[in-house]
Design a binder for this molecule. Structure first.
Ligand SMILES: [Mn+2]
Length: 341
């Protein structure tokens, strides 16, 4: 079961009942899990607060293609904007870190903050009045579905479609599902065609993404440490997808850097095989690399990332080299640290 404290459920209910101006904020490039959970939470706010003049807004600085499919299917709207207007209550949905959103952090101080997420807890939780974070849950949609169950509210079909899409997406079409994931799905799916959900989550890969994968592979450098194959590469975008692809074709761990000159930003994505994730936590590793780069990072055991500022006076090549070396060095430290255990 998703571990929800009844005290947290009651506090959530109270926040939704007592406020009529709520922003549901999704992370950058909001995926179906973030969007599904935000849509469902917005619905929950709508049913719990009966006042006529409510302002309930879902916002993200960008949303993924699949998320657009889902929004179109169920006729829901999301505000796509950077630095959204903050409302009395701000929910961080499927978001563990302030770096994953573009918000005015000063202005945040005057809102009541809530985080609902399944990533590793960060200091964002401490800023929030209410934090419902379960690292064991496979998706934020699984947590939100459980909230509905515990409140005794059965969501309408469109909301259940959105939640199912989020669960299916984050479990990689159920490959990562747990027993309780299936229980939640059985509860949600009444009258819904499962193949329809799968088709909403299917799309042709963009040419630009295919190109990024190919470039990441052709630029790849391989190193070995402790019997593990470490792949290092760089692209200008799709770094997460590239890292995932490199692991899928044979590396034990992949670090892919993207330096974005225009945004003045360095992004790194790290992925590793499941067997290696038992030894090295990529989220912790990325947190450590980020600390050295003066940025912020984190994530799951097998997949993690970081953002840091890019000093424009330095060449891109030099920065890429330095960041990849740093990832490799810290990975090596972690492997050596854990090899005795
Ligand atoms: Mn998620």
């Amino acid at each position: 079961m998703v571990r929800l404290k009844s005290e947290d459920i009651n506090r959530l209910k109270k926040i939704l009942q007592e406020n009529k101006s709520i922003l549901f904020l999704c992370h950058h490039n909001a995926d179906p899990d973030a969007i599904g959970a935000a849509i469902a939470l917005k619905y929950l706010a709508k049913v719990l607060n009966k006042s006529e003049d409510k302002t309930l807004v879902i916002s993200a600085d960008s949303i993924s293609k699949l998320s657009k499919n889902i929004l179109e299917e169920i006729g829901e709207e999301v505000e796509v904007v950077q630095y959204p207007k903050l409302l009395d209550v701000v929910f961080f949905v499927d978001t563990s870190n302030l770096n994953q959103v573009k918000v005015d952090t000063q202005e945040l101080k005057s809102s009541t903050l809530v985080v609902i997420d399944h990533h590793k807890k960060t200091e964002l939780s401490e800023l929030c009045t209410l934090s419902i974070v379960d690292e064991g849950a496979t998706s934020t949609c699984e947590i939100v579905s459980q909230i509905f169950r515990e409140m005794g509210i059965y969501p309408p079909r469109d909301i259940r479609i959105a939640l199912l899409c989020g669960i299916l997406y984050d479990t990689k079409h159920l490959k990562l599902a747990r027993e309780e994931t299936f229980q939640i799905i059985a509860w949600l799916i009444r009258g819904i065609n499962f193949q329809r959900i799968l088709s909403l989550l299917t799309q042709e890969m963009d040419e630009s993404k295919r190109m990024a994968h190919l470039k990441a592979c052709s630029r790849m450098e391989l190193r070995e440490v402790g019997g593990y194959i470490v792949a290092l590469s760089h692209v200008s975008s799709f770094e997460a997808s590239c890292a995932k692809t490199i692991v899928s074709i044979g590396a034990d761990v992949a670090f892919v850097v993207a330096v974005r000159k225009r945004e003045g930003e360095i992004r790194v994505s790290g992925r590793c095989r499941k067997s290696l994730a038992r030894k090295v936590h990529m989220g912790e590793l990325m947190e450590e690399v980020a600390r050295r780069l003066g940025g912020e990072g984190g994530g799951h055991r097998e997949a993690a990332g970081l953002n840091a500022r890019y000093d424009k006076s330095r060449s891109k090549e030099e920065v890429i080299r330095e960041v990849l070396d740093l990832c490799y060095e810290i990975f090596k430290e972690k492997v050596v640290e854990n090899s005795g255990s």
